[in-house]
Design a protein around this ligand. Structure first.
Ligand code: GLC
Length: 740
């Protein structure tokens, strides 16, 4: 019999446990809390501010400012974290300054932008997302973690999880594209890959969900620009991938440069405390983006950096990246009562908690092992993974008359184009310690697989190519953007192929020879011009270190391409923003006759290539979806089955995509939304039954009353190989009527 007075305590405990169990990540160790508290209790205010300060080394420059004296700051206990420093010897030297040179010996944490590989570079994240293979994303992140940890790094500023629907923005290359569900799945996979099962494992690194939040919604696709979106769009579109990283146990978050509803993210109490901590229960720490606290002054929301520091600290920022604002002002502001010591202690607690979780106090030098550094980086195994994931990321956009795959014994192949033999451009932006010298170009990759190298002629200039065309059976053109024409601070107003490449392709096609275009680019481009002239188009993104081998595997059929577009490719930049899950509007364009409908008078409403689209060297057919019932009750599961057949002559993967259309909601709903996908291998002639399970959770959204949930009504489930599939079946959700 439980004594009367204990019951409430037990009840309280069980409730607390249940509530906290929702957001306690695997890395959390309650046994560390006492150590953290004990350390905080003996720290001076200056030492606390030091733990809230992150400086860049002068090894790599990733932002507008560099500052001297970071080593002296480490020794003075004024800097608890360093980024852009790597290699074992260099980081060990800096760690010794902190552990041996400061009063308390609190270890440094070392961070770096390991976005799609450390030294072995994988496809840019947008390209890797085209594989629709979360396991590939996890694997490449795990390899990136292993290599960067071997180089003395504890923390990567990845994954970038900003939903991106404007290809003018250069940073679309860094995320997972336009779709909430796909981005959430890939974000969680990348966190799992970076962090593994134990943050103390010296082959894992802390991940960082960035840029919180809605950085991809900048006006006009211009980097760092104003973000002005509704509360509903924030909740429905931009927050879910961040929540997915938190549910996957992400250790840190990074604030974004942009304002949101008039408040810069680095000063947003709503984002950093009300949503991230109070609602989601995040237990890691928040670092700002590069000098983004300082930038609240030009944003015009504070008069000076001191005020910016107060706003950031009180909003819930735990660490100031490179701004030296906490460094210069926070101690005085605490003394003046402008920032509470409790607020500082809580920030320091979060930082120290992560340092304990990463094992830094157990052994500050655990990540500095020269032998591991020698044997873990750019290994054959890692290169093989980069080649495999590289070819899975390729998207076959066009293949007229099955001009691809090329036969290895093809009589004469003419290769040309500005990117055919460019090592550096295979890496893409944010390539960490990736080196051009390591890269395999398309020329090298093709030479390696062709039976007789004399069958391949390579010329760089278009006039030489035109002169050689007559003697060729097929022309391969490597076109696209230079690696630095996407990424940070690389927005474009014109997303055509640059520098006359479209005209080059047109001239080559005019020779009458089939032209295969291989694109290396970091964003959707407007390819309307080449779509009508090229015989085949392969979207290769930036495949990384093994680029040429990955592309050659696809061109010559060693691998049957299965990539699908993670972002819509417009016909014209004037259509932007354009994405598959738009609203129907009150005057949808149904055909070519209506005048007063939502349309352009000079362009189609349709993209050139839609989200989820990609061809194969084989073909697939779908049966109509069959449902386990016509009605779904709130707590039931609806089983959706579809037969998929490989109707062609070669084995191939197909990304079977499931979209839902909610016909009527208490607020307008997208014309359809991706809710599930399965990447399946079908042998030539094989048919498989593919099954999905739907619950009312899949039908949930932010309703008119701003609660999150589903509503009764009619739905259509579409299943196919692209977002344009009309292969559908209807069902209805039954449940008690809800407020409209
Ligand atoms: C940059 C980027 C951010 C990166 C940071 C450190 O400005 O916005 O993504 O992690 O600075 O390099």
């Amino acid at each position: 019999m439980i004594k009367r007075y204990t019951l409430p305590l037990l009840l309280l405990f069980s409730i607390t446990t249940v509530l906290s169990a929702q957001s306690v990540p695997a890395w959390y160790n309650a046994g560390h809390e006492a150590k953290v508290d004990s350390l905080i209790s003996v720290m001076t205010l200056q030492e606390k501010v030091g733990q809230m300060t992150l400086f860049t080394s002068d090894w790599v420059k990733t932002g507008p400012t560099l500052r001297e004296g970071y080593q002296a700051d480490i020794k003075a206990g004024k800097c608890g974290a360093i980024f852009n420093a790597h290699t074992v010897d260099y980081n060990r030297k800096l760690q010794e300054l902190a552990v041996n040179g400061t009063r308390l010996g609190i270890p440094l944490i070392f961070g770096y932008d390991v976005i799609h590989g450390y030294r072995t570079i994988f496809p840019i994240p947008l390209g890797e997302t085209a594989s629709f293979n979360p396991e590939a994303a996890r694997e490449s992140a795990a390899i990136a973690a292993k290599e960067s940890a071997a180089a003395g790094l504890h923390w990567t500023f990845a994954p970038m999880v900003d939903i991106a629907r404007d290809p003018r923005w250069g940073r679309v290359m860094e995320g997972a594209g336009e779709d909430v569900y796909l981005s959430s799945v890939m974000a969680a996979a990348r966190v799992k890959g970076f962090q593994g099962d134990d943050l103390r494992d010296p082959t894992t690194v802390l991940a960082c969900a960035k840029h919180f939040a809605a950085y991809g919604a900048g006006q006009a696709g211009r980097d760092y620009h104003t973000v002005d979106i509704s509360e509903r769009v924030l909740e429905e579109i931009y927050l879910p991938p961040f929540k997915a990283t938190l549910d996957a146990g992400v250790a840190t978050f990074m604030t974004s440069f942009n304002e949101l509803d008039g408040i810069p993210a680095s000063g947003s109490h709503k984002l950093l405390t009300e949503i991230l901590r109070d609602r989601w229960g995040f237990m890691g720490f928040v670092v700002t983006d590069y000098t983004s606290i300082n930038e609240m002054v030009p944003h015009g929301v504070v008069a000076d950096e001191a005020d910016a520091g107060i706003m950031a600290a009180n909003a819930g920022v735990d660490m100031d990246m490179q701004g030296a604002v906490f460094y210069n002002h926070l101690a005085d502001q605490v003394k003046k009562g402008e920032v509470a010591m409790d607020q500082v202690d809580e920030a320091v607690r979060r930082v120290l908690r992560m340092k304990y979780a990463a094992g830094l106090f157990d052994d500050p030098y655990a990540y500095f092992n020269n032998e591991r550094q020698e044997t873990s980086i750019l290994t054959d195994e890692h290169r093989a993974a980069a080649r495999r994931i590289g070819r899975e990321s390729l998207v076959l956009l066009k293949n007229e008359n099955d001009v691809l795959p090329l036969a290895k014994s093809e009589k004469k192949i003419l290769l040309t184009g500005p990117l055919a033999d460019s090592k550096a451009d295979m890496l893409g932006a944010w390539h960490g310690d990736g080196r051009a010298a390591d890269c395999v170009t398309l020329l090298t990759g093709m030479q390696a697989v062709m039976a007789d190298a004399k069958q391949l002629t390579y010329v760089k200039e278009v006039d030489q190519a035109l002169a050689q065309a007559a003697d060729a059976d097929v022309i391969v053109v490597a076109a696209g953007e230079k690696w630095f024409e996407s990424g940070e601070a690389a927005s474009r107003t014109d997303i055509n192929l640059p520098r006359g490449q479209e005209d080059m392709i047109r001239q080559l096609a005019a020779t009458g020879k089939p032209v295969v275009v291989v694109l290396f680019n970091g964003r959707p481009l407007t390819l309307t011009g080449i779509d009508s002239t090229a015989s085949a188009i392969v979207e290769a993104w930036y495949p990384g270190t093994e680029a040429g081998n990955a592309v050659a595997d696809v061109l010559f059929g060693a691998y049957n391409p299965a990539g699908k577009l993670p972002m819509t490719f417009p016909r014209s930049v004037g259509q932007v923003p354009i994405f598959y899950s738009m609203k129907n509007t009150g005057r949808p364009k149904l055909d070519e006759t209506g005048k007063y409908v939502s349309k352009y008078i000079d362009e189609s409403n349709l993209p050139l290539y839609p989200f989820g689209y990609g061809l194969s060297y084989t073909s697939f057919s779908y049966g109509a979806p069959t449902l386990s019932g016509q009605e779904l009750n709130r707590n039931d599961t609806l089983t959706v089955t579809v037969t998929v057949s490989n109707t062609g002559g070669v084995d191939g993967h197909e990304v079977v995509q499931l979209y839902l259309k909610d016909h009527v909601g208490s607020v307008t709903r997208p014309v359809r939304e991706l809710k599930a996908f399965q990447r399946v291998l079908l042998r030539a002639g094989e048919t498989q039954n593919i099954t999905f399970k739907l619950t009312s959770q899949d039908l949930s959204f932010h309703r008119r009353d701003r609660t999150f949930g589903s509503e009764p009504g009619r739905f259509t489930v579409f299943i196919g190989g692209s977002s344009t599939t009309e292969n559908g079946a209807e069902f209805s959700l039954n449940s008690p009527s809800l407020k409209r």
